[in-house]
Unconditional design. Structure first.
Ligand code: GUN
Length: 304
């Protein structure tokens, strides 16, 4: 049997460390870490995610503020709100939930967030810092940061000599994941929907990371024996008349070949919110000129 990578347990340990760090920050400065989450429109899945983020921020002892804007919010209105939050001293992290309604220019909105408050790591300044290997002053996108923490649990911090294949090339996940793996000395291939013979690329991977959004696309025949599989997919299916969540990897059959594998749910998913909380305390510590909390380092967060 492979190691089943327990993202729920790891996320809980990160959240405990974040609570400690938030408590330390407030004890020393009387300031709570502040996180503002903006959601536009009525997408039910996005509302569920955002509610979970806001609730967790409160649980962590943060000043948690949620802005729920109507579907017909204009570009100017959302840019004005981001600009106000950029200038607000009590807010250390800003997240605009994606996707935004079609009439809004997501890229323009995301790029208007101050890089030091960009807890999603999507600003070009943060993406550029990650790409140039500067992990000490930037903020890294939450899902790849969480996935990487799980990879480090299996392989340690130095991936020298290991091959990693990332399937998916989004700005939110694939590209930053590639940079994190490269930074840890893995030999990295980026595969995507236009890649020829995806299966043979996947099969070359010691570490296979999948973020394509297609239920159970990766089959056992794609997996190198003993590989570590990180499944970033969350797909709702109705197979066997039973609604359930499945990943981008056919878990049962791939688990028979892999050395370690993340389940869905309970793998990468819980790490995203935990790392958002970690990024918020990191951003608050930097703004308040405090040392980053050793509690975060102890649970494997790369405190930068
Ligand atoms: N939508 C789905 N995942 C994410 C995320 O990590 N951040 C933001 N801002 N929107 C998302």
């Amino acid at each position: 049997m492979p190691t089943i990578i327990d993202g729920k347990k790891t996320a809980a340990s990160v959240v405990e460390a974040v609570k400690q760090a938030a408590f330390d920050i407030e004890s020393r400065t009387s300031v709570k870490p502040g996180l503002a989450v903006i959601i536009v429109g009525d997408d039910p899945a996005s509302h569920t995610y955002v509610a979970a983020k806001s609730r967790m921020a409160k649980d962590c002892g943060f000043n948690s503020v949620q802005y729920t804007l109507s579907e017909d919010t204009s570009q100017d209105e959302i840019l004005r709100l981001v600009s106000q939050l950029n200038a607000a001293p009590e807010i250390h992290g800003i997240l605009v939930q994606l996707p935004l309604p079609r009439h809004l220019d997501s890229e323009l909105v995301v790029q208007s967030i101050l890089p030091t408050k960009d807890v999603d790591g999507l600003n070009v300044t943060n993406a550029g810092k990650l790409a140039t290997g500067d992990l000490s002053t930037g903020l890294v996108s939450c899902t790849p940061a969480g996935a990487m923490l799980l990879v480090r649990q299996i392989h340690g911090g130095d991936l020298s000599g290991l091959t990693a294949v990332v399937i998916g090339r989004s700005n939110l996940f694939g590209k930053p994941m590639v940079q994190l793996l490269l930074n840890a000395n893995a030999t990295v291939t980026i595969a995507h929907s236009r890649t020829k013979d995806l299966a043979s690329h996947a099969k070359s991977a010691d570490i296979l990371v999948v973020a394509v959004g297609r239920a159970e696309m990766v089959r056992a025949a794609w997996v190198k024996p003993g590989a570590t599989i990180i499944d970033v997919g969350i797909n709702r299916t109705n197979s066997n008349e039973r609604p359930r969540l499945v990943g981008d990897v056919a878990f049962g059959e791939c688990a028979e070949v892999a050395g370690a594998i993340t389940p869905v749910p309970g793998g990468v998913g819980p790490m995203t919110i935990a790392m958002l909380m970690a990024n918020t305390v990191i951003a608050a510590s930097r703004t308040l000129n405090l040392e980053s909390s050793p509690a975060l380092r102890d649970v494997g967060v790369q405190v930068r």
